[in-house]
Design a protein around this ligand. Sequence first.
Ligand SMILES: C[S@@+](CC[C@H](N)C(=O)[O-])C[C@H]1O[C@@H](n2cnc3c(N)ncnc32)[C@H](O)[C@@H]1O
Length: 280
Amino acid sequence: MNIYSAIIKGTKILNDNLILSSHLDAELLMAQAIKKDRKYILLNSNKELRPKALNTFKNLIKKRSFREPIAYLMNKKFFWKFEFYVTMDTLIPRPDTELIVENVLKLTKHKNKLNILDIGIGSGCILLSILKERKNYSGTGVDISQKCLNISKINAIKLNVNSRLKLFKSNIDKFTLGKYDLIVSNPPYIIKQRLKYLDTDVIKFEPNLALDGGLDGLSEIRKVIRKSSELIKKNGKFILEIGYDQKNKVTKLLEKEGFYINSSIKDLANNDRCIVSTKI
Ligand SMILES: C[S@@+](CC[C@H](N)C(=O)[O-])C[C@H]1O[C@@H](n2cnc3c(N)ncnc32)[C@H](O)[C@@H]1O
């Protein structure tokens, strides 16, 4: 079978399983199966597939039809300007989270040196993107999951920022090391009862540790705010991602811990997604 015919068959299987981006997904999975990029596939669609490659492709299509996310099947996700290695142990970096990177870069345009803490570093997408953009900054990442730290480390080496990164396995509640100029965090913030309504791609495959915000969705946010208040320097900036309906409650929590609210930032869907505050 040639590349073109296999992609058409794969697309049909995905379509039958109600995968909306069926054709694109089939092309991406073909690229993964034959270890080439999408451009190669489009230019070589008449090429015959080796049996092993065809088998790999069929397996990937099967997994996708069970809703496994493309990022996990390809072990990579593009975020900000860089490609990140991801596995099912870490949340897939989201475009909304790029707001944190964008705002940190805006806020720190004139700062030559900064020491940054990322609480719940996951794949490393936030902190490593910032370190890659700013050659004099250094960073510390904390995560409760050792597997996430391992993935962050791989990404730090890939992006060549490893020498400016420290990683610690800790529940943020117990973390006491250092004082930071700036803190970023995208904590788990989904209300436990709502987890079951998430897309199958998310709830069946992404780590619960990265999603579950407890009974009111704020249990990890509370810890992160309380700890940030201790770990941040006076006048330090804190940039926190939140759920679409959490702005008012999170604002109160921040003010209670001595943060002045600078702004809240909306995502592309016009939801409040990120709060920028300063420790006073
Ligand atoms: C929503 S994910 C964010 C991952 C990554 N920063 C991103 O934006 O894609 C939250 C991360 O926080 C970690 N985490 C959850 N609870 C934690 C806690 N109590 N202390 C430290 N890390 C925690 C999870 O393991 C997960 O990697």
